[in-house]
Design a protein around this ligand. Structure first.
Ligand code: CA
Length: 268
């Protein structure tokens, strides 16, 4: 969010100097920036790809669309560039010498770079695609691809913008990784059953919100458990017994007559 505001400010500064006159209402700036992005979108894209020919081809095509394009020939240079400039999108090849695409993706997200990432992988490498998405990539493209598809996917991920999209959920010192199915309280890993995990994940996606038993059922159980709201009470007890009680905290609160709420500080 902070980044978006900065962007709006700099646009405002540009508009002011261009117009050479007084103040422009901030909401107009925001609206005009949204409209701009929907229309022709002056976009700045980074390509991280070691195959020179491939990189040049993509670059030429994108420049032809009016985008500003930078290229990096390996993971290290890619990391450096992506951290220096707020790119609207990053096209990241998986197979890179040195630091590979998966690691580049992981490090960027870890350092708070949320540029949408389109990952390029070899055909049929399902494992790579899954790993890429789990490490914070937004979409993938299998080689060889059509230029039209590259553009369409690029437009789609750019629409998501620079919002934080962490792969790991954090509430206070509770952490949960939906990809690896692991959960931690502080530095201690907590072993949860599939249903306990689903329940905790539901809470952690909506910290501070009171969730009814029905809402919890709806998100974490399938239809055969319909109308069995007492199952939620049992599972909340199990989860408390694993993530709260052994650590002397109380993160999941009972809201009498309504349901449960995960404290936004995670109980600490
Ligand atoms: Ca490559």
């Amino acid at each position: 969010m902070r980044v978006v505001l900065l962007r709006v400010k700099s646009r405002e500064a540009r508009l002011r100097s261009a117009a050479g006159r007084g103040r422009i209402h901030p909401s107009f700036i925001l609206l005009s920036s949204v409209l701009d992005n929907l229309a022709q979108s002056p976009m700045r894209v980074l390509i991280i790809e070691d195959e020179v020919k491939m990189a040049a081809l993509i670059r030429r095509g994108l420049e032809h669309e009016g985008m500003a394009v930078d290229a990096a020939a390996d993971g290290e240079e890619g990391l450096w560039r992506a951290e220096a400039v707020e790119y609207d999108a990053i096209i990241l090849d998986l197979m890179l010498p040195g630091i590979d695409g998966l690691e580049v993706c992981r490090r960027l997200r870890e350092s708070g770079v949320w540029s949408p990432i389109l990952m390029m992988t070899a055909r049929d490498a399902v494992k790579d695609r899954v790993a890429g998405l789990d490490r914070g990539a937004d979409d993938y493209l299998t080689k060889p691809f059509s230029y039209a598809e590259l553009l369409a996917r690029l437009r789609a991920i750019v629409r998501r913008g620079w919002l934080e999209r962490p792969t790991e959920l954090r509430v206070g010192d509770l952490r949960l990784d939906p990809a690896t199915r692991q959960a931690w309280r502080g530095g201690s890993e907590v072993a949860l059953s599939a249903k306990e995990f689903a329940l905790l994940e539901t809470f952690m996606r909506r910290p501070g919100e009171v969730l009814t038993r029905f809402q919890l059922l709806e998100h974490a159980w399938d239809y055969e458990y319909e109308n069995r709201s007492n199952i939620i009470d049992s599972y909340v007890r199990f989860v408390r017994g694993k993530v709260d009680r052994p650590f002397g905290v109380e993160s999941i609160e009972t809201v009498r007559g309504v349901g449960y709420r995960l404290r936004p500080d995670g109980g600490r």
